[in-house]
Design a protein around this ligand. Structure first.
Ligand SMILES: *Cc1c(COP(=O)(O)O)cnc(C)c1O
Length: 463
């Protein structure tokens, strides 16, 4: 498989280059040149396979000239062996047509483990082949940092630097990052906000001399391999409910649009997706776009679902490219308009193409609390505040009766104890793995919001 940029002006690359590059040289994001097909027979043949077995079959067309099926299967089996449930992504039924897909059984208890456990191993393979080392630098508002650390800790060819905003991640989230004990993991507590951390990372990528000296790489959700890995759980869950002989719908709490875009990919590959519901919190830029065609990000407001508190949705560019007939110049034009005038209106036909598959919904904090309470009182399950956005959306957008709706449970409720307590009056039970993190020794460096200081730190520790 070869990959092209959404802005149409970067070299077409193979999987290994795309994995290590992250962003394309024209500023675009990589997508496969063509969508591989999983026809009905191929989907039926996956019934009864393990999650790792399904993962190997779904991922293979994307890496086929790089990795043999047997080696890929060994890798997916290894990536998902440490999940604390044998089904990896188990489902529970919460109504006649309502299902919760639990994506939080990995080491850091949020869905980002599913992609990052595989990504760490893919990086390892690429770097060993090339005899290279990379320095992974990322900013996090909480869940991505710990999942990236869990995916890369102890790997020989990578140094990992994660910047987080001092005092603005929860104690659970900070400890999940700072207690890894791995020598190749470095946590930097930055005196500033998440946007400052993100700006520091962008500045380091823009500093060519620095970037080349440390061989910088990215693991944020613009990396194609993350979307690819997330496509698997759409296929695996739909097959359990009867696909390809039955249509299913999905409701996906969304922010950077990586998870939801993976649902689009599954649909393009041939999975019978009746509806893809994009659920947002009060930061409703994606909902507004799907409803009106206008894309105009404002300032992000803090909500009970902090991992969705973003306005500029990095994977959205991939959808724009798709709904504009894969026209790179048109996509580049829209992104330029976004940069120059803060927004754009899509062609009505492009918005209609998106809305043919996707519905959307917005839930504010009062709605989140009410939904957590409703799920607890009527179904006996405590859902995290992000999942609450998805569950409410699944009910509200009007999906045809008889079509099962799979709501993605994105994080374990114990990661957000205050939001649960303020909704149902008690905190969720803490899993043993999280309890252990609360007592292990922490290691991190506190640094000012200063590019030179962060670069000096990285150069000192990575040489
Ligand atoms: C990252 C995250 C999201 C948003 O996912 P995107 O792929 O960025 O749309 C939602 N919920 C939780 C719990 C997350 O960690």
């Amino acid at each position: 498989m070869r990959y092209l940029s959404t802005r149409g002006d970067a070299p077409v690359l193979g999987f290994e280059e795309v994995l290590l590059a992250g962003l394309a040289s024209d500023g675009g994001l990589y997508l496969p040149e063509t969508w591989p097909r999983l026809d009905a027979d191929a989907l039926r043949a996956m019934r009864g396979l393990s999650y790792a077995g399904i993962a190997a079959r779904v991922v293979h067309p994307f890496v086929e000239d790089w990795m043999e099926p047997d080696e890929l299967l060994a890798m997916t089996a290894d990536a998902y062996a440490a999940f604390d449930h044998p089904a990896v992504t188990p489902m529970i039924q919460t109504g006649d047509d309502d299902w919760l897909l639990e994506l939080f059984h990995g080491p850091t208890l949020a869905f980002k483990d599913i992609a990052l456990q595989l990504l760490g191993r893919l990086f390892d393979r690429a770097l060993a082949r090339r005899g290279e080392r990379v320095t992974i630098v990322g900013a996090t508002s909480g869940d991505t940092g710990s999942a990236a650390i869990a995916g890369c800790a102890g790997r020989a060819n990578m140094e990992v630097y994660i910047l987080f905003p001092e005092g603005r991640v929860s104690e659970v989230q900070r400890r999940q990052m700072t207690t890894s004990g791995a020598a190749n993991v470095h946590c930097l507590s930055i005196e500033g906000a998440f946007d400052d951390c993100q700006a520091l990372v962008k500045a380091m990528f823009a500093d060519r001399a620095f970037r080349e000296r440390v061989n910088m790489a990215a693991v944020n959700s613009i990396n194609w391999a993350r979307v690819m890995a997330q496509t698997v759980y759409y296929v695996a869950s739909a097959i359990r409910l009867g696909a390809p002989d039955r249509e299913v719908a999905f409701s996906v709490p969304s922010a950077n649009f990586g998870a939801a875009f993976a649902g689009y990919v599954a649909h393009r590959m041939g999975l019978p997706v009746a509806r893809l519901v994009v659920a947002t919190n009060a930061n409703d830029i994606l909902h507004r776009f799907l409803a009106t065609g206008s894309y105009r990000p404002g300032a992000a407001t803090p909500t009970l679902a902090p991992s969705m508190d973003i306005q500029v949705s990095s994977n959205f560019e991939r959808l724009l490219f798709e709904i504009h007939g894969r026209d790179g110049a048109a996509t580049a034009g829209l992104m330029a308009r976004l940069g120059q005038s803060g927004g754009f209106e899509a062609e009505p036909e492009a918005r209609r193409r998106a809305a043919a598959l996707m519905a959307s919904h917005r839930l504010d904090d009062d709605g989140i609390r009410a939904e957590i309470r409703r799920m607890y009182e009527t179904r006996g399950v405590a859902v995290d505040p992000h999942t609450a956005c998805g569950a409410a959306a699944a009910r509200s957008v009007g999906i045809d009766g008889g079509v099962p709706v799979i709501t993605h449970a994105q994080a374990h409720p114990a990661k957000f104890p205050e939001a649960i307590a303020s909704s149902i009056g008690r905190e969720p039970d803490m899993p043993a793995s999280l309890a252990a993190v609360m007592t292990r020794p922490e290691r991190f460096a506190a640094l000012p919001n200063d590019l030179a200081a962060v670069q000096a730190f990285i150069l000192g520790e990575s040489t």
